[in-house]
Design a protein around this ligand. Structure first.
Ligand SMILES: *Cc1c(COP(=O)(O)O)cnc(C)c1O
Length: 431
């Protein structure tokens, strides 16, 4: 295949020659970084494979149970695989955990009791957790059950306010929640190493406090996970990194026996715990998705870095900045104008394998405090390990871009977003 043939292939999908060439010139500068990402994926692929082999995953694990789901060997073995990957005592990995927010709510509500205090030492948590905690009043929140909440913000430069954290920890502090990814906030995503430093500091003040990490978007980005640096629990969604794009639903909680047991009793019922919960026919997608997750995460990571480099060069403020190390798969681009957020998302949508012909518009999504525009032409509805973008319609009009099951698709999506901004006259020249 010649370069010309590739250009024509892109042209047939609406990418002009200048946009294609612009992308190629950016890619030239990224070769070394991409090689490092491939290296991490290789390490993590072996980690996942080893866990599957050691847990003796077998054909019988891929079928499911119905009804109560007693002795579901596939479910129980998958939980063993997760525990091995995250180096934890136990794991809860279930289709009955409906999403990341549910997994986090479950981990919190099952491990906190009335009178306890929850502390976030890394600032405001992800939007949907505000209602779980009761920062924004909501039915069934932790606040309604008498669990109080304390928060210590990060300093302006993203560093931990160690003195503030020391002051905030008291005799009622039971659980500390640490969000790895920036989510919809403009603060640095925490590296696993920094999470480890924070946990060591907190445990130095109060050894028996439970340290939980919201691991959404962080899995397999590095070679270690928060549970390798002292976290008692890590929690995430299967329609993000660890589902590898194949899991159609689900969440996980990995951690100490005690923490996971509490979560299991809350998910099903006291007395039943992990023993029930039929896996139906879903397990093959959980196993196969987990198997693909390291390379899928690598594709998404390359997409994020490519987008950062393109948009920074176009003069927009990007976060993380183009040349900084990555600790999650999210890329934020601040456009400052609602029209640009919309044009960007429309470009991403137009690149999708599913619903490429629809035009996304802002809507009032449950759990968020401003209308959100989402581009997601995904095989799994709302999956954000697939190429997707979303932006809350509020200043500074930042779009959050993530995912891409394959690197070529992530690349195409970004080129398509550039083309869309050009067509709308929101950028004028490629320089
Ligand atoms: C996505 C996400 C969540 C919530 O997960 P949902 O599956 O959307 O409910 C929580 N925290 C962070 C950091 C996330 O990125």
């Amino acid at each position: 295949m010649t370069d010309q043939q590739l250009k024509l292939q892109y042209a047939s999908l609406g990418i002009s020659e200048p946009v294609f060439n612009y992308g190629e010139s950016i890619l030239e500068t990224l070769k070394d970084r991409f090689a490092l990402i491939d290296r991490t994926a290789e390490f993590n692929q072996m980690k996942v494979l080893k866990a599957m082999q050691e847990s003796k995953v077998r054909e019988a694990c891929l079928t499911g149970t119905t009804g109560y789901g007693y002795n579901d060997i596939g479910r129980d073995t998958l939980e063993e695989v997760y525990a091995r990957i995250f180096h934890t005592e136990d794991a809860l990995v279930r289709p009955q955990i409906t999403c990341g927010t549910h997994a986090l709510a479950l981990a919190l509500m099952s491990n906190l009791r009335p009178g306890d205090e929850l502390l976030s030492p890394v600032g405001k948590p992800y939007d949907t957790l505000e209602e779980v905690i009761g920062i924004r009043p909501s039915k069934g929140s932790l606040a309604e059950y008498g669990v109080t909440y304390a928060q210590v913000d990060l300093f302006e430069d993203g560093s931990f306010d160690y003195e503030g954290i020391r002051r905030a920890i008291n005799e009622r502090t039971k659980l500390v929640t640490i969000q790895r990814s920036k989510g919809y906030a403009t603060r640095p995503t925490l590296s696993v190493e920094r999470i480890g430093e924070l946990i060591t500091f907190i445990k130095g003040i109060k050894p028996d406090v439970i340290c939980m990490v919201d691991n959404c978007y962080g899995e397999f980005v590095e070679t270690i996970e928060p549970t390798d640096v002292g976290a008692d629990m890590a929690v995430g969604s299967l329609i993000k990194n660890p589902g590898g794009g194949l899991a159609p639903i689900g969440g996980y909680i990995v951690g100490t026996k005690e923490c996971v047991e509490n979560a299991a009793y809350r998910l099903t019922s006291p007395g039943l715990g992990k023993e029930v919960g039929a896996s139906l026919g879903i397990l093959q997608s959980f196993y196969q998705g987990l198997f693909l997750a390291p390379t899928v995460t690598a594709s998404a990571l390359k997409g994020a870095i490519f987008a950062a480099n393109i948009y920074e060069k176009l003069g927009f403020s990007v976060f993380p900045q183009a040349d900084t190390p990555r600790h999650d798969i999210i890329q934020a681009v601040t456009f400052g104008k609602p029209e640009s957020v919309i044009a960007f998302c429309q470009g991403i949508q137009a690149a999708a394998p599913v619903d490429s012909f629809v035009t996304p518009e802002p809507w009032d999504m449950p759990g968020y405090d401003a209308p959100v525009i989402m581009a997601a032409g995904a095989f799994v509805s709302g999956s954000s390990i697939e190429l997707s973008a979303d932006g809350p319609m509020k200043p500074p009009y930042t779009v959050y871009f993530q995912g891409g099951l394959t690197w070529p698709h992530a690349k195409f999506g970004i080129l398509k977003s550039v083309q869309s901004l050009l067509a709308a006259g929101l950028i004028t020249e490629l320089s």
